[in-house]
Ligand binder design. Structure first.
Ligand code: CP
Length: 300
């Protein structure tokens, strides 16, 4: 039994399926909240639009109270540690902290250090983990494709710096999907994640794919200069490519999109591009399911 939502590898396929079923029920059947008396605190140490706002809307839809922690005016600036801060938040009445951080290990370390029963939810950590994004992506694929067994899912772009790619690979391989990653050498991870196959050629990689998932080039995490023109020439997605090599594929991207770099405007603004906005909407229901299971009667 899990008490936190920190990384996909902590969850079984059954636990993920249960969360997606709850997300479906929140979306289509107006499932009832069991967490109306709970309070969550959003602690975002990196920029965010989709994740932060959809967690806030999700909590409000569930009848919860939501507090936004403002790092710029907090006592962390007087030298208080994050551990002491979270311990104080628990005593003040916070039931869950929803954290985004550039540090790969901070949330797990805090969870080990703090003995109070406050829940930790990972809203994106470093370049390794973004489990709620993977959950909403899986939810969106299930809506569009049903069972993912043997479905070909091609993830394109900055795999090395992408926590979205890592969490998606962990999740999708639990459900028997064939995951292909494609990237230029400078965005190829040193270690290919378990279960994924690397193909350098974009056309071969997307050929007959059921899902093509673009990624944001994580400029804030890239240490060396990269050649944007070369990236555009070899890895940018456009309508013609999809028509020729993967006519039935759905197009996904976690957002925000570097328009005309990862995906052309003409593809983004076409019907195929609209699923990216549906992903953002599904984020609300996926996050309602996470909050309701973690803080409600039914524990994942
Ligand atoms: N997909 C995603 O994490 O977007 P934000 O950075 O806007 O939250």
């Amino acid at each position: 039994m899990l008490n936190n939502f920190i990384k996909i590898s902590d969850l079984t396929a059954d636990e993920i399926s249960s969360l997606v079923n709850d997300a479906m029920n929140f979306k289509y059947n107006s499932k009832i909240s069991s967490v109306k008396d709970k309070t969550a605190c959003l602690m975002f140490f990196e920029n965010s639009t989709r994740t932060k706002i959809s967690f806030e809307v999700a909590a409000q839809n569930l009848g919860m109270k939501v507090i936004n922690f403002d790092n710029t005016t907090s006592s962390i600036n007087k030298g208080e540690s994050l551990k002491e801060t979270v311990e104080n938040l628990y005593y003040i009445g916070i039931d869950a902290v929803i954290i985004r951080t550039s540090d790969d290990n901070l949330i797990e370390n805090l969870n080990k250090q703090i003995s109070y029963p406050i829940k930790f939810i990972n809203a994106g950590s470093g370049k390794t983990s973004h489990p709620s994004q993977a959950l909403l992506d899986y939810f969106t694929m299930r809506e569009k494709l049903g069972n993912l067994k043997d479905k070909k899912i091609t993830i394109v772009g900055d795999i090395e710096h992408s926590r979205v790619a890592k969490s998606n690979i962990e999740l999708l391989t639990k459900f028997g999907a064939k995951v292909v990653i494609t990237a230029p050498e400078y965005f190829k991870p040193n270690i290919i994640p378990d279960g994924a196959i690397y193909i350098s050629d974009l056309k071969e990689a997307i050929s007959d794919a059921d899902v093509i998932m673009g990624l944001r080039i994580q400029k804030e995490r890239i240490k060396q200069a990269y050649n944007e023109e070369s990236y555009i020439c070899n890895y940018r997605l456009d309508s013609k490519l999809l028509e020729n090599y993967a006519p039935n594929a759905i197009l996904m991207h976690p957002g925000p999109v570097n328009r005309d770099v990862e995906i052309t405007s003409e593809l983004l603004d076409s019907t195929k591009g609209k699923i990216i906005l549906e992903q953002a909407r599904n984020g609300v229901f996926a996050r309602m399911a996470i909050l309701n299971q973690l803080l409600g009667e039914k524990q994942i």
